[in-house]
Design a protein. Structure first.
Length: 610
């Protein structure tokens, strides 16, 4: 099923799915080729029966009264299992949702946003102040800041969106009680500046989010429409509303009309009086203000253009530009102010479009709560209090967009996978009832997973669903093997004519279930013991691995209880319903759900070693 995931989640978990598939294929091959040969080569002499194993004896000693109670109180056991499952829906409803847990990269990225029009000197000052404040934190080893952008079409960041990367020391050197979230909160408090919207991420995660959705924060809103001024007005209104939602760390709406531009509007009549054309005036403006490349200098393997233009003090304001002289055909020098209107005007600092529509972005940094719950609450608030004009629409993006994409895939793939599993079970058992018993084991096995996720305060994410899917497979495998042993004991009793009443049916079920006590306990113990170090571990990638391991650790407890208690009770009810017409006395031979096992006495050879 994990092979169906695409985009970022597919690239992350598809190798895991492929590895497990190949490992299971290799294990199955060795089980039918190498293992039988090895058993014949290394197992010599008399083989001790399973009853001689001390672990098996201890397990049976504890299981004997338990399975007896289950078979006598099968309706009570099944009712209790259903009640536990229904109660589990309460913590399940309180679990948050997110795309992926934060993958701690060993560094923190500060990418604040300021209003457009900020100057280079001010940006440098703000950047230095923030870098200095982050460097004062003991867990920070090095801070690297950057403002501006490279001459590349792949980096469209304006000057108002600068960034710093804080390289962290190893976690073993951190102060006691400090974790990633508290470190981000401390940096946020140390760098808080009026007019600057703080937004925190990690370098690799930030680049992936920016490339995938264009949003640098966990949640973003894309506003689509035909007019830039209206887009800016909607963004400002959202910027004022979202702080009312719990969990909003910062909100920043892009200013679609926030840029400052120098506009030189040539007066055609004035230029014509001096015999000048539009091209003549514009050529002078281009040369004096914009500059002209006159040659190229070669320094080793490097080449640099030589640009000639007026000195900065002669072109840094409209009055100075107005004093630029324009040569006329008659040889006179006319100030530019007499030929054109020179003024600063407002305009868009950057024009963005997507799907042939203009758009503007609202960045929302969420802290202290899950992404899914935040978006649900924020969307309800905007639907209630934001009036979006006709022709405009909002689209939630960022990690929420990736989470929606993964959820859509899982909603399609999971039912198809369950249907395929049911088909395979039916082909194996040739029985709809037994296939349903195995399928019912899956939701009951998830009970332990949900409770452990709730206790650890983990949100539902793609990583958690990977763990739940793996758990469902293990739970189904355990139930299948247990059913095979129950069927083997049932059919053996049937061939020997020992299913004459209700008591003998239950005796067969007790025997079949007893043969699987130690293997089921070994399976649960081995998986739990193998995954517990992941829950205790740390370091890069530990947050993702813990979300995969936690559902399996919690689920193996409930899956083990399910296999040893609930499955035998379900099997007993099904077989009892099948055989009640063939017993002497018909339906009256079926014993009630009471504390005693009815039926005639059995011969000594029919007694079990249980």
């Amino acid at each position: 099923m994990l092979h169906a995931l695409g985009a970022q989640e597919g690239r992350l978990f598809r190798p895991l799915a492929l590895t497990k598939t190949l490992a299971m294929a290799g294990s199955a091959l060795l089980a039918i080729t190498l293992v039988p040969v090895a058993m014949g080569a290394f197992i010599r002499g008399p083989v001790r029966p399973e009853e001689a194993n001390p672990i098996n004896r201890a397990a049976l000693r504890a299981y004997r009264p338990t399975i007896g109670f289950v078979l006598r109180r099968r309706f009570l056991v099944l009712g209790s299992a259903v009640a536990v499952f229904l109660v589990t829906l309460v913590p399940y409803g309180r679990l948050g949702s997110e795309f992926m847990p934060p993958l701690i990269e060993g560094s923190i990225m500060d990418m604040p946003s300021v209003f457009p029009g900020v100057g280079t000197a001010q940006v440098r000052q703000i950047l230095q102040q923030r870098d200095r404040a982050m460097a004062m934190i003991p867990e920070v080893e090095l801070v690297l800041g950057k403002a501006g952008r490279a001459l590349s079409a792949t980096d469209a960041a304006p000057l108002a969106m600068f960034e710093s990367v804080a390289i962290l020391r190893p976690e073993e050197e951190w102060r006691a009680g400090v974790d990633y979230d508290s470190l981000v909160a401390e940096m946020d408090a140390a760098t808080r500046t009026p007019g600057v919207a703080n937004m925190w991420s990690m370098p690799i995660k930030n680049r992936l989010d920016m490339l995938a959705t264009g949003i640098k924060t966990p949640v973003g809103i894309k506003i689509f429409g035909p007019d830039l001024a209206t887009l800016e007005a909607i963004g400002k209104e959202i910027e004022g509303l979202l702080p009312l939602v719990d969990g909003t760390a910062s909100v920043f709406a892009e200013r679609a009309i926030g840029g400052k531009y120098l506009e030189v509007e040539v007066n055609r009549q004035a230029a014509a009086r001096y015999g000048l054309s539009m091209v003549d005036v514009q050529h002078t403006i281009m040369t004096a203000v914009g500059g002209m490349n006159v040659t190229e200098t070669i320094e080793g393997r490097e080449r640099y253009s030589v640009n000639v233009r007026y000195a900065r003090e002669l072109r840094d304001d409209p009055e100075s530009i107005g004093r630029v002289l324009v040569a006329t055909p008659a040889g006179a020098q006319v100030p530019l102010a007499q030929l054109a209107d020179i003024r600063f005007v407002g305009g868009p600092p950057m024009i963005k479009s997507e799907n042939a529509l203009l758009n503007s972005l609202v960045y929302v940094d969420v802290r202290g709560r899950d992404i899914g719950g935040y978006v649900d609450e924020a969307r309800a608030l905007l639907d209630d209090r934001l009036d979006v004009p006709t022709g405009y629409r909002l689209e939630w993006s960022g990690q929420f967009e990736a989470m929606q994409r993964a959820n859509r895939t899982l909603r399609v793939v999971v039912p198809i996978t369950l249907a395929i599993i049911f088909l395979l079970l039916y082909i194996n058992f040739r029985s709809v009832a037994e296939s349903l018993i195995v399928m019912l084991s899956v939701p009951f096995a998830l009970v332990g997973s949900i409770w452990l996720l709730w206790l650890l305060d983990y949100n539902l994410s793609v990583a958690v669903w990977v763990g739940l899917i793996a758990l469902a497979g293990v739970a189904a495998e355990i139930a299948v093997v247990l059913l095979v042993y129950l069927d083997e004991a049932f059919h053996r009793y049937q061939r020997e004519g020992r299913l004459r009443n209700w008591a003998e049916l239950f005796e067969a079920i007790r025997e079949g279930a007893g043969e699987r006590v130690r293997p089921v306990l070994m399976t649960g113990t081995a998986i739990t013991a193998g995954l517990l170090p992941i829950l205790w571990g740390g370091g890069s990638g530990a947050t993702v691995m813990k979300r995969i391991a936690a559902p399996m650790v919690g689920g193996m407890v409930s899956a083990t209880v399910l296999s040893l208690l609930v499955v035998p009770a379900l099997y007993a009810l099904w077989r009892e319903w099948q055989l009640r017409g063939s017993w002497p006395g018909g339906d009256h031979a079926v014993a009630p759900d009471s504390g005693t096992l009815s039926g005639p006495p059995r011969d000594a050879e029919h007694r079990l070693a249980l």
